[in-house]
Design a protein around this ligand. Sequence first.
Ligand SMILES: *Cc1c(COP(=O)(O)O)cnc(C)c1O
Length: 371
Amino acid sequence: MTNASNSRAASLAHLRRARLSVGDPIPLPLTMAAIFHAPGDATGFNQYGRFSNPVWDAVEEMLGHLEEAPCVGFPSGMGAISAVFFALLKSGDRILLPSDGYHTTRILADRFLGAFGVACDVRPTSSFLDGGFDGYRLVFVESPSNPALDICDIAAVAAAVRKSGGQLVVDNTTMTPFGQRPLDLGADIVVAADTKAPNGHSDVLFGHVASRNPEIITAVAEWRQNAGGIPGPFEAWLVHRGLETLELRFDRMCSSAEVIAQRLQQHPAVGGLRFPGLADDPSHNLARAQMERFGFLISFDLGSEARAEDFINGCELMHAATSFGGVHTVAERRLRRGDAVTPGFVRLSVGCEPVEELWAAMQASLDRLSA
Ligand SMILES: *Cc1c(COP(=O)(O)O)cnc(C)c1O
């Protein structure tokens, strides 16, 4: 990682230091409150749990420190994405989404935005610049895309979208602010599911919107307050705790993924391997240019549904589960989620287990497929 990332990581656990009084707890206190002591009609303090909560403030301060931008927290990644759509779009607008990104974003646009008069087009991530961006109010990219791990040139897309008068939203869930910095590359908005690596323990859902444009932040914060899709204080508190170890976990997961991808590439049972860190991956050059790490997701094809299921279920250090970014290694056959992939396509999220033990368990499961 760069020096700037290391410096952000180092100060992350000390953000509250300057505000502590003697005897205050150093860990963040959990404030469970729907109402606060609020005499008179002054503003500027906590009044009601749909408007503000000290735990949200602390999580948003941490996320804002990592993004170097104001952030607004949401009860899930989709909550954050919905806030961007519903706070910023109006009838008559057109948006552009990746055809190969997280499928729920497309469902939200097709089923719900359409009914409000917002039209939606889709385009593959690997050729996202083709066709230009004229006429789009919002352009949404996900790079690397989930689950096929294609990449687009975020800086080039951001410049072209700006020239066409639109705004660029980047879903940075697969990378986190330690792996890729879309706002620095020119994006107007970052959205992310902190459900994944930022929380990291697979026990809560959370999401955030980050932007250096104050009008955007105000719009999504007002949308949250009025629509009522707010994070629970306890969930926010768990995300705060998770963020304290994000850099450590992310570093381990990315380093292990580099080792495992290289070994998977050598294994005869594995085809169609995708990992941006491999020198011969179609995404590699762009990944080197715009990402700080290559991530912890690897995808590949084991030839059939039965072989993919046998590999996942037969590996002692792997859970069969959807989602990714947690401390446990998990894998999923993505056809069962309706992605446009082959029956034997597996998305692997490398966890925090020691890498040699993890690889030995994967290799044993792969070897049993060939036997
Ligand atoms: C998981 C995910 C989301 C949605 O997050 P939730 O917390 O499940 O709502 C959005 N985008 C991407 C890329 C994801 O992987």
